[in-house]
Design a protein around this ligand. Structure first.
Ligand SMILES: [Zn+2]
Length: 415
């Protein structure tokens, strides 16, 4: 296999975490693997988060906080789980000291201290200490409740760019389009417009997993079939139905229009709230679509858990497939080392991206970074300590996964 000059050049242009973030990470003992140099590498590196969301603004109550610490959309599930979850253990362990409490403080103490502060105050403590170098923000889910990318960037103290959710473009378009038969061109124009202006998108995202899943024919539909489906949908919306995109033809049209732009296409796969059927969100079900888009655009398989090994297979087989295990790291907490390790089995190291998928609670932004660093320090540290890898190997792979892959795939400027 020939060497890749672009990949080599990219690895030398990496960013660092801020000095205060690295100091906090060292002081907290986040990186506790068996090799001191690898621990330091993971305390110092800046993380470019390729899929993250804003924080819920203002004040939240105990139930609202509980809702944000579980992936289920049911408050009854949050109540049933209580504080007896990996994510809550991780919050108490790592976030409590940042609010002046002992590590692993009892849940009532943590919640009382935390709810005395606004969301912005908690974020002001936690986001700068996460050690991010760049944020790629998706605004689609409950966008009206959360801080927009510029606000998140200001709190974290790092640049932010955005990706747009395809289904949100469609749902906005159908309510405003005078002639629904022009939908194919209008959608393509709306997508093109997102790429212009002062804050152009760097990628797109689809929630096809939440709109019926992947186990269907995902071939490109003809424009005539798309226009027909848009006319039907438009009539429903005009009749008072909420503009929720579920049309098979329009969903497929959206992902193909996105692939045609050549921009990275984020695809939600795996773990998600019970609005999706998990067995229909295995990325292996995208294999035909992946084959068909090989020359078009990078495909970013988001989250992927518990199908991260399947995603790793696809990343090895196809040149344009990438993956992350964000979101699941927070929810697996102290058990997340295993899944991070499994994500590094088959996937080439140039194909693995860091993400937190944090949404709503600033604790999730912090933990997304700190738990990832902790897992990597143990996994890579052990490989170095056992001399399976050299220190140079460790340094290169950490730089790739921490930020250089994100910068290369999304075309971001070097830090
Ligand atoms: Zn997300």
């Amino acid at each position: 296999m020939s060497s890749d000059p672009a990949g080599m050049a990219a690895a030398s242009a990496s960013g660092s975490a801020s000095a205060s973030a690295s100091a906090a990470i060292r002081a907290a003992g986040v990186c506790d693997g068996p090799d001191a140099a690898v621990n330091e590498l993971l305390a110092a590196v800046g993380l470019a988060d390729h899929h993250v969301h804003g924080i819920v603004r203002g004040q939240v109550d105990e139930a609202g906080l509980g809702d944000m610490m579980i992936e289920s959309d049911r408050r009854s599930a949050a109540v049933a789980a209580g504080y007896d979850t990996q994510v809550w253990h991780a919050v108490r362990r790592w976030c409590a000291p940042l609010l002046g409490l002992p590590a692993s403080a009892p849940a009532p103490d943590y919640v009382a201290a935390r709810l005395a502060l606004s969301q912005e105050q908690v974020a002001g403590v936690m986001l700068p200490l996460a050690g991010f170098s760049h944020l790629v923000v998706e605004t689609g889910f409950k966008g009206g409740m959360i801080s927009p990318p510029a606000e998140l960037a200001a709190i974290a103290g790092v640049p932010a760019t955005r990706v747009v959710r395809l289904e949100a473009i469609a749902e906005q378009l159908i309510g405003t389009l005078a002639d629904p038969w022009t939908y194919p061109d209008a959608f393509r124009a709306a997508l093109a417009a997102e790429r212009t202006g002062p804050d152009p998108i760097v990628g797109t995202k689809t929630i096809l997993a939440y709109r019926g899943g992947f186990d269907r024919d995902l071939r490109r539909p003809a424009d005539e079939a798309v226009a027909q489906a848009a006319a039907t949908w438009s009539a429903e919306v005009r009749g008072g139905r909420p503009a929720r995109l579920t049309s098979d033809a329009l969903l497929r049209f959206g992902i193909w229009a996105a692939a045609d732009t050549g921009l990275p296409l984020q695809v939600h796969t795996g773990f998600g709230d019970p609005d999706l059927d998990l067995h229909r969100s295995d990325p292996l079900l995208l294999t035909d679509f992946i084959r068909a888009t090989e020359e078009r655009a990078p495909i970013l398989l988001l989250h992927t858990y518990p199908f991260h090994r399947n995603a790793g297979y696809l990343a090895q087989m196809f040149p344009h497939v990438y993956l992350d295990v964000g979101e699941a790291i927070n929810y697996a907490g102290a058990a997340s080392v295993a899944l991070v390790s499994e994500s590094m089995e088959l996937a080439p190291f140039r194909k693995i991206l860091f993400s937190s998928d944090a949404w709503g609670a600033p604790e999730l932004h912090l933990l997304g970074s700190w738990l990832f660093r902790r897992a990597m320090s143990r996994i890579i540290g052990e490989w170095v300590a056992r001399r399976d890898w050299s220190h140079a190997d460790a340094e290169r792979v950490v730089q790739l996964i921490a930020s250089e892959n994100v910068r290369r795939v999304y075309g971001l400027a070097a830090a």
